[in-house]
Design a protein around this ligand. Structure first.
Ligand code: IMP
Ligand code: MG
Length: 185
């Protein structure tokens, strides 16, 4: 029996329509890196929120390198989804950062900004730990879904209000491996 904490991938293969191809994404990430390089100092700390942002973060830091930036990298695992496609509303830290945050310029990296709860929680934690500055880069943003007030400084794409998967984003921990972003129809 599937439970809230052990979601199962959907039965059968759902229809996934491609929104952004691997080629589109690669060009957009290069553009985002240039936007980031225009305002960030050469050295700062990228904090990638797991699991969803690992593919985006991996491509973004290499694009940042091409813009002559030298980010350090750290990770934090937050969870607001028990499984499925609905946010539970509470955010918990499942795995914390390991690097010093005090006095650092931070670029918080996430896969998608929806209700905003995840990012508000992460931003507040880092500010409480004495980060000098916390900027936010998200690969995707779903407009009109915000439950709390938070904006991303850098946005890859504004997506339609559909459940999207691929390029690190999952449905019940499936489809993260897709090299494109698609909407589950
Ligand atoms: P928020 O806290 O509601 O902004 O949700 C952010 C988190 O929810 C993201 O980091 C994703 O893990 C997940 N999420 C929200 N929308 C989607 C979606 O369409 N596809 C996959 N994951 C999503
Ligand atoms: Mg997720």
């Amino acid at each position: 029996m599937p439970t809230a904490t052990s979601p199962q991938p959907p039965q059968g293969e759902p229809n996934i329509s491609v929104l952004y191809s691997a080629e589109d994404i690669s060009r957009r990430i290069a553009g985002m890196a240039r936007e980031i390089a225009a305002v960030m100092p050469r050295e700062f700390v990228v904090i990638a929120l797991l699991k969803g942002s690992f593919v985006f973060a991996a491509d973004l830091i290499r694009a940042l390198h091409h813009c002559r930036l030298k980010p350090q990298v750290d990770f934090m695992t937050l969870s607001s989804y028990g499984g499925g496609t609905q946010s539970s509303g509470t955010v918990t830290v499942l795995r914390d950062t390991t690097e010093i945050i005090q006095g650092k310029r931070i670029l918080l990296v996430d896969d998608i900004l929806e209700s905003g709860r995840t990012l508000v929680h992460a931003k507040k934690l880092l500010q409480e730990r004495g980060a000098e500055d916390v900027r936010v880069a998200v690969f995707l943003e779903k407009p009109g879904k915000r439950a709390v007030q938070v904006e991303a400084d850098f946005v890859g794409y504004r997506v339609p209000d559909k459940f999207v998967v691929g390029y690190g984003l999952d449905f019940a921990n499936a489809y993260r491996e897709l090299p494109y972003v698609g909407a589950i129809e």
